[in-house]
Design a binder for this molecule. Structure first.
Ligand code: ZN
Length: 259
């Protein structure tokens, strides 16, 4: 009796096991469309840490919805040939590389067709950074000044035919940010496609640091590379606007899916 019960239980377990296998196979996700790796730092300006965390949460949710892998790291030494190999896109969420080896690996990755999405401070460069390759990569843009404190601003969408601006209105009001002005402006570079610009109707913008005039491209791509730079990224709520969020989503999907 006991033996028969045991045998029945074992048979039952096999059936359940088979069902579980079947279910998990049926529920297993399809192959991810692409793999992205986000570099970020927690020891930077507190407002940039806040944006970083909100950005990671935003892209994690997007990755689950749009079927791509989104890995994250605070270890910038992972900017090396081997660690970058599995990824079609890398992001610099709130920092940039700080060693010659990290810079060299990034150059190689981009020169061989890698994708890059850089936010805010990721594009920062001035006479102290001494990385001419990066200035050229960014389309010649060198940081010149910024408004302070952070402010909302009207954005004008220059080019609504690009995949990054798909579904965007002609203009929208962006959440508060520290907006950078660049000299030279990347618009002067024939390889650059400016996608979004700070609307001149915002001038003067700032209280302590005021910008009164000048060209302020906010989102652009250097068509020589698979890259998008977006100036958003200071403080909370950068990822709190559904319209602007389309830009972030479009950008990573375009970079990741681009053949
Ligand atoms: Zn900032």
């Amino acid at each position: 009796m006991r033996g028969r019960n045991l045998a029945a239980i074992v048979r039952g377990l096999h059936v359940i096991g088979a069902l579980l296998c079947f279910c998990s196979a049926a529920a297993s996700p399809q192959k991810p469309e692409f793999r992205a790796l986000a570099f970020y730092s927690t020891n930077v300006e507190p407002a940039h840490v806040v944006t970083g965390n909100e950005g990671l949460a935003f892209f994690r949710e997007l990755a689950a919805k749009d079927n791509f892998v989104f890995d994250t790291t605070t270890d910038w030494d992972k900017l090396n040939d081997n660690d970058l190999k599995p990824y079609q896109v890398i992001l610099w969420i709130n920092d940039f590389p700080h060693t010659a080896a990290q810079r060299a690996a990034f150059e190689k990755y981009m020169e061989h067709g890698g994708g890059w999405l850089g936010l805010h401070i990721a594009g920062y460069n001035d006479e102290s950074t001494k990385w001419p390759w990066f200035v050229d990569f960014l389309g010649g843009a060198v940081f010149y000044t910024n408004n302070w404190p952070i402010q909302k601003a009207k954005m004008s969408v220059d080019d609504r035919t690009h995949p990054v601006t798909a579904g965007m209105p002609e203009s929208y009001v962006a959440p508060s940010n520290e907006w950078y002005q660049w000299k030279p402006s990347p618009r002067e570079n024939k390889n650059v496609r400016v996608l979004v610009t700070l609307d001149p109707s915002n001038y003067p913008i700032g209280v302590k640091d005021v910008i009164t005039k000048g060209d302020m491209p906010i989102v652009w791509t250097n068509t020589k590379y698979r890259m998008v730079y977006m100036n958003m990224g200071h403080g909370e709520n950068v990822f709190g606007d559904a319209t602007q969020n389309k830009l972030f989503a479009n950008a990573i999907l375009w970079l990741g899916r681009k053949k």
